[in-house]
Design a protein around this ligand. Structure first.
Ligand code: ZN
Length: 684
């Protein structure tokens, strides 16, 4: 259960749910808020609104300000983690952009601008989602000319390096598709350490890394630290060793700034518990001690009474082919009291859900512990949460901490709100939905049911089930991540249709879940393929999970007419004929996936994911891409942050913080690069 941030695509494609009058009012209010900020390549950049920020106390605003600064100062870390040349390339592009005196309407220049926007968006030269390297659409000649025009002082040259030498190094990294082709390569049979472009390992083989960490593990340790979480592995004088990310270690300059802002934050902490959390995180940043990290995680799980909360540090391991090394991420948020009531009801009934799940008794948890859940308003995104943001987070990732202390699970409401508002009337529903019946369902319940699915996935799904004694939590290896997501999704799919939710007053009626079933099937079988390039396999864990689930139930359900793909006028559609029986299929698969997890059945897990989740049906893929292209919708979204401006009194004390939404994407990225360029270009 290592990988828990769930970044579902366009959560809300179909507009709002609920009371039409309420919706009208919301639209009127929103009319002067500019949701869409920029558009390039396959990306649309949106703006999120920090609802109710004004109603916070001055002290709470001050805390948010400090934490938001701590979120931006780590920005360079992720660039370097993603590839060792990313900072050099970013800084070179920015320098060309700033000093350019040629024709800004030329195609080459425009393409350079687009490429730079993509590098910012992905924190490097690899696509943020597919992790494939993307190619510049300007020429090598143009790029070299621009670099040669610049003064040496304006380029990130290494000591005694000439511009020619610099270009010889950097040009193939940018332009040669075979060099650093993939950031995270998980292809079975490859040395996934040596063939991945991420900067977590240098001059070591997969076998060497595995042996290195195997030696650290003590199978008898019931409370192991997350070995390897915060370090790069290198070979020095023939010996494999770690470079730890900490103050006075690797990434020191950025982490010292994180500490600086955290130290300010702890002076205005809301509670003693929160103060302890911040102080422990400061200690971890200073020492790099993974025991301190676990202590921090436990304090963080226990801090439930603070309105403001945050994530800041090395958290998720999607970026490491071996799933050990965490990328740096940050998010500052505060509780949305009204919406949180819904998730509290789910959490309060966690044991009921566990007891009644269609899973074999031996795989169920006798007591489901500490499933806390809340709906939050994001106030600042940083590192691996920026610009592309998750919609829900469930942390910490350490198995034993989750088992003994529970976890915190959040749904980020104002990010969904932004997706929803930006997607009004984009033609998606008309193109891909079978009939008005389904469109009506989606219109009425789509967004609500989708949020409910996320809540169930995060609050219950990831926390359910148990490993049998003696089963290695890493037994499923690379398949562990998609299988964990599949379990969480299936748990949510099973329960969203349960009359219990209507009884608890958190689903409007016994029809509403159908909106989620339809959307889920359509997404898994068809529309999520818009994110895959022709000829490519599915790599990303959540996407593998969704295709595995939907293709599996289609295979089982189509012969009985439960769910099918129908072609009308040359276009393929998902048609669900029997929602109740479809739920039965989800239950059957949930039971099997839980069995695989609980027993560590690697072969069965591999067969399931490889058999259903990896390969793409080329015919459907081609059709979906063509239909999607005609709609001209960007398949990926990301966000600009608001700008916080502290207001100080004559003594320099912060008395208030103003928020504004005026900054556009280019300006924000350039400003961040100027004000928060904290790391050296080359971090060795
Ligand atoms: Zn998840």
């Amino acid at each position: 259960m290592k990988k828990i941030v769930c970044a579902m695509m366009s959560a809300a494609i179909f507009g709002s749910c609920g009371n039409p009058a309420e919706k009208k009012e919301a639209v009127a209010q929103d009319s002067d808020f500019q949701w869409v900020v920029d558009r390039f390549a396959d990306v649309e950049v949106l703006r999120y609104r920090v609802n109710d920020f004004e109603s916070l106390s001055p002290k709470q605003k001050e805390l948010i300000y400090y934490l938001s600064q701590a979120s931006i100062v780590g920005r360079d870390i992720l660039f370097d983690q993603n590839n060792r040349w990313n900072l050099a390339i970013r800084r070179t592009l920015e320098s060309i952009y700033e000093n350019f005196d040629g024709d800004k309407n030329s195609e080459e220049y425009k393409q350079l601008e687009t490429y730079m926007k993509r590098v910012w968006f992905s924190s490097g030269i690899h696509h943020h989602y597919s992790t494939d390297k993307f190619q510049p659409a300007f020429s090598e000649v143009f790029f070299k000319e621009q670099v040669m025009k610049l003064d040496d002082s304006k380029l990130p040259l290494q000591t005694k390096q000439t511009k020619e030498e610099f270009l010889n190094l950097i040009v193939p990294v940018m332009f040669d598709p075979t060099v650093y082709a993939k950031r995270v390569n998980q292809a079975a049979g490859d040395d996934i350490v040596q063939t991945s472009a991420a900067n977590f390992y240098r001059d070591v083989t997969q076998a060497e890394v595995e042996a290195f960490y195997e030696k650290m593990k003590n199978p008898k340790d019931q409370r192991p630290v997350s070995h390897g979480l915060n370090s790069r592995v290198i070979k020095r004088n023939g010996k494999v060793t770690e470079q730890v990310w900490k103050v006075d270690g690797l990434y020191s300059d950025a982490l010292a700034q994180v500490v600086y802002w955290l130290e300010k934050a702890q002076t205005v902490a809301e509670t003693e518990e929160q103060k302890a959390v911040i102080n422990k995180l400061i200690e971890f940043n200073k020492t790099g001690d993974l025991k301190a990290f676990d202590e921090y995680a436990i304090l963080w799980v226990y801090d439930l009474n603070s309105k403001i909360d945050f994530v800041n540090g090395f958290t998720e391991t999607y970026g490491d082919p071996l799933g050990m090394k965490a990328t740096w991420e940050a998010m500052v948020n505060f509780k949305n009291e009204e919406a949180t009531k819904r998730t509290e009801i789910i959490s309060a009934n966690a044991q009921w859900f566990e007891n009644h799940s269609p899973v074999d008794k031996e795989f169920k948890k006798e007591t489901v512990k500490g499933v806390s859940a809340k709906v939050i308003t994001a106030a600042m995104l940083g590192g691996d949460c920026y610009p592309a943001s998750p919609l829900g987070i469930n942390l910490p990732n350490s198995n034993w901490i989750r088992a003994e202390y529970g976890s915190k699970s959040v749904t980020i409401d104002n990010i969904s709100e932004a997706y929803d508002n930006a997607a009004q009337g984009n033609g998606f529903g008309e193109e891909f939905v079978w009939s008005d019946t389904e469109r009506e369902l989606l219109k009425n319940y789509g967004l609500y049911a989708d949020n409910m699915h996320t809540d169930l996935h995060e609050c219950l799904g990831h926390g359910s089930g148990k490993l049998l004694p003696g089963v290695d939590p890493d037994a499923l290896k690379a398949y562990g991540s998609p299988l964990e997501e599949a379990r969480a999704d299936l748990f949510a799919l099973y329960y969203i249709a349960d009359p219990k939710l209507v009884e608890l007053g958190i689903m409007p009626n016994e029809e509403a879940y159908k909106a989620e079933y339809y959307k889920y099937m359509m997404n898994g079988l068809m529309t999520q393929l818009t994110r895959i390039e022709p000829g490519k396999n599915i790599e990303q864990a959540h996407m593998r999970n969704r295709q595995t689930i939907t293709r599996w139930v289609l295979e089982k359900g189509a012969p009985q007419g439960i769910v099918e793909l129908k072609v009308r006028d040359g276009k393929t559609y998902v048609v669900i004929n029997d929602y109740t029986q479809l739920r039965g299929l989800f239950a059957e698969l949930l039971n099997e996936v839980q069995r695989i997890k609980s027993t560590g059945d690697f072969e069965a897990g591999k067969k399931l994911i490889e058999g259903y989740g990896v390969k793409v049906d080329p015919k459907i893929h081609e059709e979906v891409l063509a239909r999607y292209k005609s709609l001209n919708i960007a398949p990926y979204k990301g966000f600009v942050n608001p700008v916080y401006e502290p207001i100080t009194d004559e003594n320099g004390n912060i008395v208030d913080v103003k928020i504004n939404y005026n900054e556009n994407y280019m300006d924000q990225m350039m400003r961040y690069s100027k004000e928060y360029s904290l790391l050296p270009t080359y971090n060795n």
